[in-house]
Write a protein that binds this ligand. Structure first.
Ligand code: ARG
Length: 277
């Protein structure tokens, strides 16, 4: 595998290939600290498909300007949330952000391992509805191809990973408390896929935070709350059975009992992707 790296990698990506095979430079703390919300710190080398979406121009130089998450689903294809590229998040229209980067192979945002890959083009799901949050998917095409080992497969419709009760992990560098404490290192939390009936009950039509739509969403959490994605995690992956099942999209608060996290359904993203390709 390393031989094929050499052919496809540019200089910064050679660093990335090294990051994938070397142990992390900084030792992990023995006790896991509080994560995503109720999560734990994870080794980025073991989840190379997690992407930090960043703009230093917009979000400053600390934490590498990270503002959303993403996931590698093809050697030059990253999925993120459509709302991550909106003016509400960026503060300016998308075309005014000239330094959008997909950071891969880096767990600690203030470190310099892995690679910062420029985004060549992007495609925002035209069906995205900012009012209900339906269809919250965007596709980023990278300037450089990543090694095959970075690609996370997507679960197709009908995959058992979508069943209610399935254990899943959500990844990101977002708020760990709901009070604006953004993580410097990659975190993950274990949640369970919930039944559509439960999701609909939590987010009925006309709700202020969004409306649960089973065709393009799934929701996940713990009945007691406590474990969830939060602000800054958007666009990042929800993974079950080694496959992508969702992208962090929205929720009411973070980790609240009765207010599960809502995700853009990966099977719907796959359908949209096939249509767009
Ligand atoms: N919209 C948020 C973002 O842009 C993600 C919110 C997810 N919230 C939740 N409770 N799961 O980062």
């Amino acid at each position: 595998m390393r031989r094929s790296f050499a052919r496809v990698l540019t200089a910064p990506l050679a660093v990335l290939a090294a990051a994938a095979v070397l142990p992390l430079a900084s030792p992990q703390p023995a006790a896991a600290d509080e994560g995503i919300v109720g999560g734990h710190q994870v080794d980025a080398a073991k989840s190379p498909w997690v992407v930090a979406l960043a703009s230093r121009d917009r979000f400053g130089g600390t934490r590498a300007g990270q503002f959303c998450g993403g996931v590698v689903v093809g050697r030059s294809t990253v999925l993120t949330a459509a709302h991550c590229l909106g003016e509400d998040v960026l503060g300016v229209p998308r075309d005014q952000v000239r330094d959008l980067k997909a950071i891969v192979g880096r767990g600690d945002l203030d470190a310099s391992d892995g690679a910062e890959v420029s985004v060549r083009s992007e495609w925002i799901n035209p069906a995205y509805d900012g009012r209900t949050n339906a269809g919250d998917v965007a596709v980023l095409t990278l300037r450089t191809r990543l090694p095959e080992g970075y690609v996370l497969p997507m679960a197709d419709e009908g995959d058992p990973a979508y069943r209610a009760g399935t254990g899943a992990s959500v990844y990101g560098w977002g708020d760990t408390t709901g009070a604006g404490d953004y993580a410097r290192t990659l975190h993950a939390a274990r949640v369970r896929v919930l039944a559509d009936t439960e999701c609909k009950r939590a987010y009925p039509p006309g709700g202020t935070d969004g409306t649960y739509k089973p065709s393009s969403m799934l929701c996940a959490g713990e009945s007691a709350g406590g474990k969830d994605a939060c602000q800054g995690d958007s666009g990042g992956p929800l993974v079950a059975g080694g496959k992508l099942i969702g992208l962090v999209s929205w929720g009411s608060g973070c980790g609240r009992a009765g207010s599960p996290g809502v995700y853009a359904r990966a099977s719907e993203a796959l359908r949209v992707l096939r249509e767009h390709a």
